[in-house]
Design a protein around this ligand. Structure first.
Ligand code: GAL
Length: 661
């Protein structure tokens, strides 16, 4: 068990980033010390990619250089988040253990030269990873600088090698028990896929046309279990020598093939990295989406933003710069939603190597730069927020997330490729964010009764247990919005027969979907309330529900598009297409009103983000961020932690953290 929390050890919230001093030399380290003090850095992530220096040859460790950096950081008042370097095995390792290199689905075995080129099922890799984690923990487990352990980095590599095939078979035997059950689950009666021995079963390697969907889904589940087992091994090797909290940094929403609910249960503190994929307001919405997911993964406990970029927006084939002021707005955007601080990748921008052009806290231009000035401003702001460490948020709305549903929408042979799981989740969240409401994410089988409103945007796969849970939620008084293509398959990817969605949910919704009719990429379908649908439509019958809007043309003319069913003491709403933004916003506003859920701070103009962190003793802090184009007057003046004074107006782009009396 861990002794003290991260913020106890730091004496406040965390501010800092990945620190790779091995890229530099003595004069730069001296400058780093001075600049870290200036920027109020109190936590540095060290050693993430340092395996080749820490273990220059198999079994021979060299910790002298790391000793010196940890001592220096400690003397400078900077605590350490010490990483295990296992995301980047050194060349000697891959040459000695070629069987531990990643194999792609097409059989290509990769070679070293980048990072993340390993196979988590290769015994040589797993042993080497646990060994170095244990060796680091034995040396630094109670180092006074040490505040947190950072296992690996963003576990994301999938592998299709023979080790993986063998491990996959072991996992399948445990899951299915017998080949007969596996054959039935995977529907191998079709296309002559029937297996007569376990040795015939393979990972979903490159093949002609569609993969078997059951095989593809089980492989995703299997790989998630492999990642969690690999994490646990390192964590346990560390815990044998150290009582400091242990985490691994997650990357949301879909970069890692992991059941993040399951992995989060293994973490002492959830930590996540976040790089927006759109600039401006899109980036702010992305920050909120990621932060709400990160908090929800830990069941509402405070979490930690492990990485963000000072000026990094991944936009397809280019990396865009952030807007002036975004460093502070994004930093506070995460803290506003439960992060215990904000860290960056990385402290000093590399002058050579693979990430030379990635933004950093100290850019190539040096400290006399807009970026470093903004970093310092953010560091000073975070240092003023120490009193809210440990406080949490409450949400009245939940958006449902199930990794099985995500993976189910990734298999071959679906009616359209337009059912993008994470885009649907982000859209549901964005609409609620626009409405000023704080959102949790929850698994469809979780206890949901504390949420007056639950939104289920993309549950193509729905297990029997989850369908029953949602039925009970509505019957017991909840308001549930289920969106198109929901509950079409069970947890083996077998189609629900007799009409979609799964029977218990049909009962709660009072409808039966008879036919799905995907729309062409540019097609729009008009509903009787004037809204437009895209991507998908359905022919459905009401079985107790009232019809709120119908389709107006084509074969679906006159048939229900949006329905509501009063069931038990709750309401089940069903929307059978993807609505345009205005229509979706209006629907969500109506549902919020039905469920009596108001915005976090009523009366704010659009574009002003508001959240509230609460301490168990009743203290409250309200975060306000003005993303709009006009200054905003506050309903009453209040004490702002950021300025230490009283504020009554929020300028364009401005932020405030108001302490309630
Ligand atoms: C993260 C990764 C960092 C760095 C960063 C660049 O995903 O953990 O090591 O590569 O991306 O954006």
């Amino acid at each position: 068990m861990t002794s003290r929390s991260l913020t106890d050890r730091l004496g406040g919230l965390a501010f800092g980033g990945d620190y790779n001093p091995e890229q530099w030399d003595e004069p730069v380290w001296k400058e780093d010390d001075e600049l870290m003090r200036r920027a109020r850095v109190n936590l540095a992530t060290v050693g993430v990619f340092s395996w080749a220096l820490l273990e220059p040859e198999e079994g021979r460790y060299d910790f002298t250089w790391l000793d010196a950096h940890l001592d220096r950081l400690h003397a400078n008042g900077v605590a350490v988040d010490l990483a295990t370097p296992t995301a980047s095995p050194p060349p000697w390792f891959t040459l000695a253990h070629p069987d531990a290199l990643t194999v792609r689905p097409d059989g290509t075995r990769l070679v070293h030269g980048s990072r993340d080129t390993y196979c988590l099922t290769a015994p040589a890799y797993r042993n080497a990873a646990s060994r170095i984690a244990g060796a680091l923990a034995a040396r630094y487990g109670d180092h006074p600088a040490l505040a947190l352990w950072h296992v690996h980095n963003e576990y994301a590599t999938l592998c299709y090698c023979d080790h993986t095939a063998a491990a996959f078979r072991v996992w399948l035997r445990a899951r299915h028990g017998s080949l007969d059950v596996l054959n039935e689950a995977w529907g191998t009666a079709f296309w002559s896929q029937h297996y007569t021995s376990w040795e015939q079963v393979l990972p979903p390697r490159a093949t002609n046309w569609h993969h078997n969907p059951g095989q593809a889904l089980d492989f995703r589940r299997f790989w998630s279990d492999v990642v969690i087992a690999a994490y646990r091994e390192q964590r346990d090797a560390i815990r044998a020598h150290s009582d400091r909290p242990v985490t691994t940094n997650l990357m949301l929403p879909g970069y890692q093939n992991i059941d993040l609910w399951a992995l989060a249960r293994e973490l002492d503190v959830v930590s996540c990295d976040q790089y927006p994929s759109a600039p401006g307001l899109g980036a702010a919405a992305d920050v909120a989406f990621h932060a709400d997911r990160a908090r929800s993964l830990g069941g509402g406990r405070p979490w930690l933003l492990m990485e963000q970029g000072t000026s990094t927006v991944y936009d397809g084939d280019r990396v865009l710069a952030k807007d002036p002021g975004d460093i502070l707005r994004h930093t506070l955007g995460h803290i506003a939603r439960g992060s215990e601080g904000a860290l960056f990748f990385q402290w000093r921008q590399s002058r050579a190597g693979a990430e030379t052009w990635h933004s950093a806290m100290v850019p190539h231009a040096g400290p006399d730069s807009r970026i470093f000035r903004e970093v310092t401003q953010a560091g000073v702001a975070v240092a003023r927020l120490g009193e809210l460490a440990g406080s949490t948020l409450g949400a009245q709305v939940a958006v449902l997330h199930d990794p099985d549903a995500w993976w189910a929408l990734g298999v071959d042979g679906l009616p359209t490729t337009d059912l993008d799981y994470h885009a649907a989740l982000a859209r549901a969240h964005h609409t609620l964010w626009d409405a000023g409401v704080t959102v949790d994410f929850a698994h469809p089988a979780h206890e949901l009764s504390r949420y007056p409103l639950v939104v289920a945007p993309a549950l193509f796969l729905l297990s029997d247990a989850a369908a029953e849970n949602l039925r009970r939620y509505v019957s017991d008084g909840g308001t549930l919005l289920v969106q198109h293509a929901c509950g079409y398959v069970d947890d083996r990817l077998h189609a629900r027969l007799g009409g979609y969605p799964a029977a218990p949910l049909r009962e709660a919704l009072g409808i039966r979907v008879e036919e799905y009719r995907p729309l062409r990429r540019t097609e729009q379908i008009t509903l009787s309330d004037g809204t437009q649908g895209t991507a998908w439509s359905e022919s459905l019958r009401t079985e107790g529900a009232e019809t709120l809007a119908t389709y107006t043309h084509g074969m679906l003319a006159g048939s229900p598009a949006l329905t509501r069913h009063r069931f038990g003491t709750g309401q089940g709403w069903y929307l059978s297409t993807r609505l345009d933004d205005a229509g979706h916003g209006a629907l969500v506003a109506r549902l919020l009103a039905e469920a009596r859920v108001g915005p976090e701070m009523p009366g704010l103009p659009p574009g002003v983000e508001a959240t509230t962190r609460r301490a168990p003793d009743g203290r409250r802090w309200r975060f306000l961020i003005n993303h709009g184009t006009e200054p905003v007057s506050l309903p009453e003046s209040a004490h702002d932690l950021l300025t230490g004074g009283t504020v009554s107006e929020l300028p364009v782009g401005g932020c405030a953290v108001l302490r309630s009396a």
